[in-house]
Design a protein around this ligand. Sequence first.
Ligand SMILES: Cc1cn([C@H]2C[C@H](O)[C@@H](COP(=O)(O)OP(=O)(O)OP(=O)(O)O)O2)c(=O)[nH]c1=O
Length: 198
Amino acid sequence: MDIILASASPRRKEILGNTKLKFSIIKSDIDEVIYEGESPTQAVMRLAFEKCMDIASKHEQDLVIGADTIVVLDDKILGKPKDEKEAYDMIKSLSNNTHQVITGISLINLGNNKKVIDYVVSNVKFKDLSEEDIIDYINTKESLDKAGAYGIQGYGAMLVEEIRGDYFNIVGLPISRLSDLLKKYFCINLFMEGDLSE
Ligand SMILES: Cc1cn([C@H]2C[C@H](O)[C@@H](COP(=O)(O)OP(=O)(O)OP(=O)(O)O)O2)c(=O)[nH]c1=O
């Protein structure tokens, strides 16, 4: 059984790469649409599951890991901004407010008929940003491929006043919960050399 990370995100690759797990990457190309009336947690778990299933259905003997990250402000979902104007509006709305970053994770091994789905929430409070702060940040160009238009691992760190919860969940992969799930459902220990999956 191989382990596949179904993600094009360099951040997810790096976070999982900081463990002893041996894995390969095959990115999923599903359309990331959020449906009317879906709650943020429902949406993020469904998207993680769909990414995972897309790859698992072509690799039935392998264990596939999928994830999806969204930012939620007052129950409104902020995905990736489509342009700099939208990025500006997102950062402005996050300013002087606390939002949630939710990452859905899914683990699927169809050969063993195992499907796991879960999510982790972190709270992030932004500073009261000036017009200039927001424009300076947008000019760093790091907004566009990120949920909520910022990256806490980059210049976005300077926008943040406080976080509560798992930092790695904000960056896109809640490695602590993932480690628990891999151990509980697949007997895989991320502290050990190689993987224990035969
Ligand atoms: C809030 C926040 C999000 N992000 C990123 C994590 C995710 O990569 C991205 C949200 O988009 P996702 O759709 O979750 O992931 P992705 O498109 O990058 O990769 P894939 O679908 O192939 O797995 O936002 C950060 O890197 N830092 C942050 O602080």
